[in-house]
Design a protein around this ligand. Structure first.
Ligand SMILES: Cc1ncc(COP(=O)(O)O)c(C=O)c1O
Length: 404
């Protein structure tokens, strides 16, 4: 038998810049677990890892759909009753110019589809920095050069309009807003949304407004949908069930296309071409969309109450810990404290896992202004666990930097 030399199959070079820091840290955690330690995970935004439960009527709806034989492929845009419920939800959010809605496998697929349907080689889309890393990963996959605009920490992490103006090129096609934001927990003010809308009008941009956390607002103020402020501006509002309805594993998200009909028609057709190419989103789970959006909402005040208490505890710790400061999060379940340390935040979080077995994510995994360091905390765990974690992080900072 001739000896066949196995040659390495290389991955596409486009992927070199694809980073997903949140899961990449798992290798360091694995080392620690192999040594017999338990790692405290403050890194993944999955409420079901903690004391949050899926509303039972949603589980019943999916179970019934499976029993009723809804196990084949669904229509590519989604099942009619779900689409109707999403349209009604858009109306409740004050979006008056809905042109189309569609269901996807989580907001992750909405992001992928909506960016893919828009961009040609050589064009770009403005994404926030810091941002949820899926946006840059999808753009890298498409071979698109990243064009990130800063969020301003000194202004409660609002988009920095002057930076957006600076970054705009003749080939910029759209702008991403994440509101409430992951990783900062910030909310865009109405005035900011109006200013972004004005910019979109002037430069003929589509706005992708990721509002996946819109029901997890912690300070009692109502969430403002971008599309409700700018009904004329081409926009896709991203929404889903992972966070608001506590089913991240079901993989259900959606897009709501709004704006003037003539302006979004061709783009919408492009999105539908991709929707058909990938067949459909999970079928039985779509039967929970209407019960979720229109059925009992009583889990929400309870979720918000728990998150508010855990946010307050987190904020108090940030304010009382040397070298740490934080803009108080107003939505979602993330805090993004700044740390004043003489080394990179990536080294900080890796050593924190090794020495104290607490896992947070470094700011550089999300993007941040040069010369600044941060880390992202997921404050989903119960107060007792958070207190223990913050005690360990405080000790770590004290021991590691005491001589400086
Ligand atoms: C801002 C943001 N957008 C989208 C997603 C993806 O959500 P999904 O589970 O619906 O794919 C996440 C998940 O954490 C997120 O934080």
């Amino acid at each position: 038998m001739p000896v066949i030399q196995a040659r390495e199959i290389s991955a596409a070079s486009r992927l070199e810049n694809v980073r997903y820091a949140i899961r990449d840290l798992a290798c360091v955690a694995d080392e620690v677990v192999k040594q017999g330690h338990k790692v405290l995970p403050l890194n993944v935004g999955d409420p079901l890892n903690f004391d949050f439960q899926t509303p039972p009527h949603m589980i019943e709806a999916v179970y019934k759909a499976m029993r009723d034989g809804k196990n084949g492929y669904a229509a590519s845009p989604g099942i009619p009753e779900a689409l109707e419920a999403i349209r009604s939800e858009a109306e409740r959010k004050g979006i008056t110019t809905v042109q189309d809605v569609f269901v996807t496998a989580g907001v992750s697929e909405t992001v992928d589809l909506c960016l893919s349907a828009l961009i040609n080689a050589g064009e770009d889309v403005l994404t926030p920095s810091p941002d949820y890393p899926l946006y840059s990963a999808v753009l890298c996959k498409l071979g698109i050069k990243l064009n990130a605009y800063d969020l301003n920490e000194e202004d409660a992490w609002q988009p920095e309009l002057a930076d957006i103006e600076r970054k705009l090129t003749p080939r910029t096609r759209g702008i991403v807003l994440i509101n409430p934001n992951n990783p900062t927990g910030s909310l865009c003010t109405r005035q900011m949304l109006e200013q972004v809308a004005e910019l979109a009008r002037r430069h003929n941009l589509i706005v992708f407004s990721d509002e996946i956390y819109d029901k997890l607002i912690l300070d009692g103020t109502p969430h403002i949908a971008f599309a409700s402020v700018a009904p004329d501006v081409p926009c896709v509002t991203f929404g889903g069930m992972s966070k608001n309805y506590l089913v991240p594993g079901w993989r259900i998200g959606w897009g709501i296309i709004s704006g003037e009909a003539g302006a979004v028609k061709t783009y919408t057709e492009g999105v539908h071409r991709l929707l058909r190419a990938r067949l459909c989103a999970n079928h039985p789970q779509q039967y929970a969309i209407k019960p979720a959006l229109e059925g009992p909402q009583d889990h929400l005040p309870e979720v918000q109450r728990k998150l508010r208490s855990r946010r307050d505890l987190t904020q108090k710790w940030c304010e009382s810990t040397p070298r740490v400061s934080c803009v108080a999060p107003r939505g979602a379940f993330y805090a993004f404290p700044r740390i004043d340390i003489p080394e990179s935040d990536e080294i900080f979080v890796k050593e924190l896992i090794r020495q104290k077995h607490v896992m947070v994510v470094h700011g550089s995994g999300f993007g941040q202004k040069p010369g600044t360091q941060h880390f992202r905390i997921v404050f989903l765990p119960e107060e007792k666990t958070l207190t223990k974690a913050y005690g360990s992080i405080g000790d770590f900072i004290q021991e590691r930097y005491k001589k400086l």
